[in-house]
Design a binder for this molecule. Structure first.
Ligand SMILES: [Zn+2]
Ligand SMILES: [Zn+2]
Length: 407
């Protein structure tokens, strides 16, 4: 596979780079416009319409309202036989009140593009337009998958898959810009690259009473505290040390009064893992510990344990093809200073559903600001380095051209 890598012509790639460079100001203007008007998952009606409208007047197939939400699927047909490659970009915002102070900050109260999906959409629109303008020079089809609702389970990917978005598609590539990674770095790692996720909600019922008489009550706080610490042993003692797993209690509702023993405590948390086998190990042990807690403390636990996004597995052959493509293009994409082929990411992504069905690769493009000061994704102060957007377009563009040339 790796030996058989065929590359698209340098002349074609140079044309693509020139187009992207000429359109970079527009790309950034689109990103800022989207940034000002973020919409929540499954409610991105205006954004979906904006995306569909972008393709008006172009000789491409546009399918709007695709799937369970406002997805837009655009097929660019070269008219020549070949493979079909999908390129995916998500476009939802988050329930976050923006605090960046940017001149193009969100105008929608309580909603923000705090994960950078505005940038994903902007780079993808310009890349799609550039590839469309060059379609006489490549063979096969390119399907642009503008996916809504990545941030909120069940996510927008599943609905699009059910509606047939992957029918006839040979492979899929996606990108996340990543603020903690320096600008100039592109990460393309084979195998498991992002975690799967489970979550839980539980109410521990004890027996309320007077703070001075614990023997007449049954303290739910004590049982809950014990559980928070002992549950960590699932990760440290039950899962394989080579598996990356986390278990976090994000909510411990301990509000009450100083002299009142609580009747019940509500806990809520998050579980991540890099191997789907670990998902079951954690869930089984978690449920057993809940039973043990009931016995040990004579409490009653209502547990709701759920799983959503699977582990995101980057296809080994496709990852190798893209790595080769980027190595081969290194000297021509000056902004690409570091190709990282080993780093993984502890977050989760519903791109994983696409990669379960067909060979898929999810890349990360560093978008740390030049001053090195970054805020985590989903922070109200989250900002990106906009220079990463044309780099994302070149990276995915060249990978797409080489994929179609190889096949
Ligand atoms: Zn996010
Ligand atoms: Zn995101």
């Amino acid at each position: 596979m790796i030996e058989n890598n065929v590359f698209a012509s340098q002349a074609l790639k140079d044309k693509l780079y020139a187009k992207i460079e000429a359109k970079t100001d527009r790309m950034i203007a689109i990103r800022r416009q989207l940034h000002e008007h973020p919409e929540l998952s499954f409610k991105e009606k205006t954004t979906g319409a904006f995306i569909a409208n972008f393709y008006q007047g172009k000789d491409v197939q546009v399918q709007a309202n695709f799937g369970d939400g406002y997805g837009v699927v655009v097929t660019i047909d070269s008219g020549k036989p070949g493979k079909t490659l999908a390129l995916r970009a998500d476009f939802d915002g988050l329930p976050v009140q923006e605090e960046t102070g940017l001149p193009f900050a969100s105008q929608n109260t309580g909603v923000m593009h705090a994960c950078g999906h505005d940038g994903h959409t902007a780079y993808m629109l310009i890349l799609a337009e550039s590839l469309y303008e060059l379609k006489d020079d490549w063979a096969g089809k390119i399907k642009i998958v503008h996916q809504p609702a990545e941030e909120t389970p069940p996510g927008g990917a599943l609905g699009m898959i059910k509606a047939g978005v992957l029918d006839g598609v040979d492979a899929i590539i996606g990108v996340h810009g990543w603020a903690p990674v320096p600008y100039g770095t592109v990460q393309c790692t084979a195998g498991p690259v992002m975690t799967g996720r489970s979550s839980f909600k539980m109410t521990i019922h004890g027996k309320g009473g007077h703070g001075s008489a614990p023997h007449l009550a049954n303290d739910a706080n004590v049982a809950a505290s014990y559980f928070v610490t002992i549950a960590q042993t699932i990760i440290s003692r039950r899962t394989d040390p080579f598996d990356m797993c986390t278990l976090t209690f994000g909510n411990f509702d301990g509000k009450g009064s100083f002299n009142v023993i609580k009747d019940a405590v509500f806990l809520e948390g998050d579980v991540r893992f890099m191997r789907d086998e670990a998902r079951e190990i954690i869930e089984t042990n978690f449920k057993r510990m809940v039973k043990g807690l009931e016995l040990m403390f004579d409490v009653k636990v209502d547990l709701f344990y759920d799983s959503d996004y699977p582990v995101l597995n980057n296809d080994t052959d496709l990852a190798a093809t893209i790595q080769n493509s980027l190595r081969h293009s290194h000297s021509h994409i000056q902004e690409l200073t570091n190709l990282d082929t080993i780093t993984r990411n502890t977050a989760s992504e519903d791109f994983a559903y696409f990669a379960q069905k067909i060979p898929g690769v999810y890349l990360f493009v560093g978008e740390m600001p030049d001053d090195g000061i970054f805020y985590p994704h989903h922070s109200p102060k989250f900002v990106i380095n906009e220079k990463a957007l044309p780099l994302a377009a070149k990276t995915v563009g060249v990978a797409a051209l080489d994929f179609l040339a190889t096949h």
